[in-house]
Design a protein around this ligand. Structure first.
Ligand SMILES: [Zn+2]
Length: 59
C-alpha cells in the first residue's frame, strides 16, 4: 500500500492493492490505476525515485 494525494477529494489517502484497477510499467517505474476512497479513478507512480515517505511498503 502507499499514500496518495487524490486530485478529486484533495486528501492524502492510504491506497491498498485491493483498490487497484490496473497496473502499467513505464520508464519511470510502475504506474497503478485505482479507485480512491471517494470513488474517483486515480493513478499513482510507484517509481524508483519516489520519496520514502510516499512509499511505505512494496505493493
Ligand atoms: Zn479521492
Amino acid at each position: 500500500m502507499f499514500l496518495h494525494h487524490c486530485t478529486a477529494c484533495a486528501r492524502r489517502q492510504l491506497i491498498f492493492p485491493s483498490q487497484f484497477t490496473g497496473v502499467a510499467s513505464t520508464g519511470e517505474g510502475t504506474e497503478v490505476a485505482f479507485t480512491c476512497w471517494c470513488g474517483e479513478e486515480q493513478a499513482h507512480l510507484l517509481g524508483r525515485r519516489a520519496a520514502p515517505a510516499d512509499r511505505m511498503t512494496a505493493a
